[in-house]
Ligand binder design. Structure first.
Ligand SMILES: [Zn+2]
Length: 148
């Protein structure tokens, strides 16, 4: 493993138990990220096993930092949620409204328009078919009457 790559979880575990290779130990000394992971693991292990492996000062510092981070996350997130909640709710309401409203409203006029168009054409066609002969006949009758 090169010094630049972060330690894998296995190497971090090795480092916790002090059996990591030399370059891993060197990486830990130069990389706060991995050193933090190791101390986090150590903290977890210490808490799990009940052995106060870390000094109270370190533990308190670590827990305080963890608590600050948690509080920061807690205090950061709600405003975002509160800001987005009405927008999301409005968007949801709109979406639901559109989905609920449209099938009832839009397809019907479209369907009616199609039906109306085809019905209109059918009506016009049937009217032409039924009326033209009659009209033509009556016109013919008129013509015949006038001619006679
Ligand atoms: Zn690292």
């Amino acid at each position: 493993m090169s010094g630049r790559e972060h330690l894998s979880e296995d190497v971090v575990l090795d480092a916790i138990y002090g059996i990591a290779e030399q370059d891993a130990e060197e990486h830990l000394r130069s990389c706060p990220d991995c050193a933090g992971r190791v101390s986090e693991w150590k903290q977890t292990r210490a808490l799990a096993s009940g052995t106060g492996e870390l000094s109270n000062e370190l533990t308190g510092e670590f827990l305080a930092a963890q608590r600050r981070e948690i509080y920061q996350r807690l205090s950061e997130k709600p405003p975002r949620v509160r800001l987005w909640a009405p927008v999301l709710a409005a968007a949801c309401a709109l979406t639901v409204g559109v989905f609920v409203y449209h099938p009832g409203k839009e397809p019907k006029p479209v369907a009616n328009a199609e039906v109306n168009d085809s019905q209109l054409f059918a009506d016009v066609f049937s009217m032409e078919q039924s009326f033209e002969p009659a009209a033509a006949a009556s016109v013919r009758v008129l013509f015949e009457e006038q001619q006679q």
